[in-house]
Design a protein around this ligand. Structure first.
Ligand code: PEP
Length: 257
C-alpha cells in the first residue's frame, strides 16, 4: 500500500473553546472519509480536550501545535508531551516556521521537542522550509537539508514511522502565494533524497511529506496529485469547515488519479 495522505489543519492562535467546538462540529458533520486520508486538527491548547471530546468516535485526530521537551517542572508557560497526550492528542506539530521566526526555535530545539514527542508516543509533524531570501539566494535546498538533518539528529530508524515532514516555504505561509506544484514536488523530492541519505531508500519511501503554504480548495487537488506530495498542512483554510473538508475531498480525488 502507498503512503496514506494526511490533511492536517493548524488553527494557530485562533478559536476560543466555543468557536473550536463550532468548527469541529461542522467538520464532523460533513462526512469526512478518513479511510483514505488521515485527518488531523490542531486547536490551541485551551481547546484540545474539548475538541477531542466533541470528535468522540470519529477517526479525526487531534494535534498540539507545540510542546516542551521536559516532562514537568518549573517551565512557566510550557506544555509537555505527556500533557498533550492525556488531553487527547495523537500528534504534535514541531518547528513551525512561526515558532522559528517569533519564538527562537532552532534545529536543535526542534530535535529536542521531536524526541520528547516520540518518547511519549506522540506522532509528530516536523516543519521545514526556506524563507524568500534563502530561495532567491539559491539556498533553498541547502536549508531543507540542514533543517531535516538537524531536526532528525539522534532519531533512530524505528522512530520514523511516527514522523511526517511538512515542507512549508515561509514565503507561502499566510501570504496567499502558493508554491507551484512543480516547486513543491521538487522540494519534496529533495527532502526524500535527504531522508534516503540519512536512513536508506525504504525508510525514505515510506515517509509522508506534506505541503503547507496557502493551500486552498482550488489549488489542493493540483498539489496533492504530485507523486511526492503526501498531504497538506493547512492554516487559514482550516478555519472554515467547508474549505477544510473540500481540501480533504481534493486529497481523496487526487488519490484516485
Ligand atoms: C500553516 O500555518 O502551516 C500554513 C500553511 O498556513 P496557511 O495555510 O494559512 O498559509
Amino acid at each position: 500500500m502507498g503512503r496514506k495522505p494526511i490533511i492536517a489543519g493548524n488553527w494557530k492562535m485562533n478559536n476560543t473553546i466555543e468557536e473550536s467546538l463550532e468548527l469541529v462540529g461542522a467538520v464532523k458533520k460533513q462526512s469526512v472519509d478518513t479511510y483514505k486520508v488521515e485527518v488531523i486538527v490542531a486547536p490551541p491548547f485551551t481547546a484540545i480536550r474539548h475538541v477531542f471530546d466533541e470528535l468522540g468516535e470519529t477517526s479525526i485526530q487531534v494535534a498540539g501545535q507545540n510542546l516542551f521537551w521536559e516532562d514537568s517542572g518549573a517551565f512557566t508557560g510550557e506544555v509537555s508531551a505527556r500533557m498533550l497526550k492525556q488531553a487527547g492528542c495523537k500528534w504534535v506539530i514541531i518547528g513551525h516556521s512561526e515558532r522559528r521566526q517569533y519564538f527562537g526555535e532552532t534545529d536543535v530545539t526542534v530535535g529536542k521537542r521531536l524526541k520528547a514527542a516520540l518518547m511519549a508516543e506522540l506522532k509528530a509533524i516536523m516543519c521545514v522550509g526556506e524563507t524568500l531570501e534563502e530561495r532567491e539566494a539559491g539556498r533553498a535546498f541547502d536549508v531543507l537539508d540542514t533543517q531535516v538533518a538537524g531536526g532528525l539528529k539522534g532519531v533512530e530508524k524505528s522512530g520514523l514511522s511516527k514522523i511526517a515532514i511538512a515542507y512549508e516555504p515561509v514565503w507561502a505561509i499566510g501570504t496567499g502565494k502558493t508554491a507551484t506544484s512543480d516547486q513543491a514536488d521538487e522540494a519534496h523530492a529533495r527532502i526524500r533524497g535527504k531522508l534516503e541519505a540519512l536512513y536508506g531508500k525504504e525508510e525514505a519511501q515510506a515517509m509522508r511529506i506534506l505541503y503547507g503554504g496557502s493551500v486552498k480548495p482550488d489549488n489542493a487537488k493540483e498539489l496533492l496529485s504530485r507523486s511526492n506530495v503526501d498531504g497538506a498542512l493547512v492554516g487559514g483554510a482550516s478555519l472554515k469547515a467547508g474549505a477544510f473538508t473540500a481540501i480533504i475531498s481534493a486529497g481523496i480525488d487526487a488519490l484516485a488519479q
